[in-house]
Ligand binder design. Structure first.
Ligand SMILES: [Zn+2]
Length: 219
């Protein structure tokens, strides 16, 4: 009886459907999330900037990203990081002896302060728990506040992001022997990650590619 009462108290509501669940996200929503997974996440792995995307930014996954960022449920980010990592390991796209440094796309400190966390860093944390890759949370910092990209043309987006990032203190004046994988929540036009890659490459750092939890159907 006591155990039963305790289990009721220990249950919280699933942030995505409000059903009571002992887990971060209920079984039903986890299944729905899995159904957002791309059939071929490595389709964009190649070319100048290889890209690995876990799922489509739609339905339950879109809802999960919103709950993570705007309802402030960092645990969802960790879970998405686990999903991304499991799929990444399955595809084995890089030399298994490499242990790349995972650098999250940073937020400006004002935005991070108001949100309480950087969602890409949380996703990276989950990803690194599974892969055991080292996470460099402040490998890059965002030194300029940028406008929301929605509705901007490609040129406007590029202009908006120019000079937005700098190498974090821990990577300045060092020779980095490890290559880097960037991690982000949503990949859209790639303007943001391209700017981040430019900064890393200008310091002689090798970037293997970009990992993103999701991307809209049309890239
Ligand atoms: Zn649910």
């Amino acid at each position: 009886m006591l155990k039963h009462i305790l289990s009721i108290f220990l249950q919280e509501n699933c942030p995505l459907c409000e059903r009571a669940t002992p887990q971060e996200i209920c079984d039903y929503c986890q299944k729905q999330l899995k159904s957002c997974q791309l059939k071929d996440p490595k389709i964009f792995w190649g070319g100048e900037l290889p890209l690995f995307v876990w799922g489509e930014y739609d339905g339950k996954l879109k809802q999960a990203i919103a709950a993570l960022k705007y309802d402030k449920h960092p645990k969802i980010g960790e879970l998405l990081g686990f999903c991304l990592a499991e799929t990444w390991q399955k595809y084995a796209l890089i030399d298994p002896n490499l242990s790349p440094l995972i650098i999250p796309i940073p937020l400006h400190k004002t935005k991070e302060k108001s949100r309480g966390f950087n969602q890409s860093e949380i996703i990276g944390r989950g990803f690194c728990q599974v892969t055991k890759y080292p996470l460099k949370s402040n490998g890059l910092i965002r030194v300029r506040q940028t406008k929301a990209m929605f509705g901007l043309s490609v040129t406007e987006k590029e202009k908006n992001m120019k000079g937005a990032f700098q190498l974090g203190k821990s990577l300045q004046n060092t020779t980095l022997s490890k290559p880097v994988l960037l991690i982000d929540d949503i990949y859209t036009t790639g303007t943001t990650v391209k700017e981040a890659v430019k900064i890393l490459q200008s310091q002689g750092i090798k970037v293997l590619g970009v990992l993103a939890v999701c991307s809209p159907r049309r890239l």
